[in-house]
Design a protein around this ligand. Sequence first.
Ligand code: CTP
Length: 399
Amino acid sequence: MLNGKKIVLGVTGSIAAYKSALLVRLLVKQGAEVRVVMTESAAQFITPLTLSVLSKNTVYTSYQAENSTWNNHVELGLWGDLMLIAPATANTISKMAYGLCDNFLMACYLSAKCPVVFAPAMDRDMFLHPSTQKNIATLEKYSNHLIAPEDGALASGLEGPGRMAEPEHIIKFINDFFLPNQSKLKNKTILINAGPTQEAIDPVRYLSNHSTGKMGYALAEVAAQRGAKVILVSGPTHLTTNNSNIEVIPVVSANEMANACFNHFEKADISILSAAVADYAPLEVSSQKIKKQESPLTIELKKNIDIASELGKRKKKNQLLIGFALETEQELTNAKIKIQQKNLDFIVLNSLNDGGAGFGTDTNKITILQHDGRQKVFELKSKLAVAHDILNEIELLLP
Ligand code: CTP
């Protein structure tokens, strides 16, 4: 994911510096070129040699370091696509906030033209101190990006916030950071529907299904991370999002979901229909609670509108329409019929016969069937990873 990206990694004097080794390894493994700058106190926690071997580059500790000339800090600052300071101690954060330039790392920081990301590491009370919080707020005002420390056991024996984010989380943050610039979804408008619908029987009862909306919400999050503007038409779920690139339109019934989708379809470059829309609704909704009776109760159902089919009719040449198919038997045959009937560009097939796939799980196992018959079978993965696979497939269809 980080192929060819140039990362300047600043390491400062915290016990978390030992994690820099893993951080460098993960960055290099993802294809990044890493140049490490360490403060003198960082070098007491982990040797420059270790980080030099892992990064396959000279590690800079001071102006006097081997191969280092007086203007290296300017060159490094200009060379990087991103400067990552991890761990960032309270001391370094304070220097960054005030522009204090008393070491090589600070000279690089102050001359960096690239985005700067910092991952604080310190004791709980140092992190919570108003002065540190003020410095962090100052850095955020300078458009430096904070990777918040995590809660847990600290080297001091205290518990609380202050642990540097785990290297895997830092790598994910950096991946997400670069994603929008590389993605073809940047600035695209994506309409996603998600979750179940509820079809009222009377004021207290409804017909619905087991959908939780997790797949649709994961798609919305990943699309937004890639720089898309997402309109998420959501049936009733317990899920929330605070991503400012996602506009949530809450709906209850299939009819409401249909109207919301129709209202936003025209401006959508891509529509992904992951909702489990109820196919039927009670013909009549009782205005009063239906009372128990001795004889069996029959509720007559009427067919709901098929949102995907209707959007398939309205679809223009420059729009993509992606559907889902949940099947319990003859999966491929049924899914192929749905692609044609609904005029989809591709369909994401879930089979309830696959363990780990389906409602409420955090994982999913999908097959993507293209309109032209090509198919790709994917492994069981987290719904977030599946969302990446689906959006990658969409990107392949974009010019
Ligand atoms: N769909 C829809 N409107 C409906 C029913 C389904 O938009 N009233 C969409 C779903 O969101 C999904 C696709 O159509 O993208 C396939 O849904 P699925 O439930 O698998 O199939 P159905 O068309 O409902 O057919 P069946 O229930 O007979 O399998």
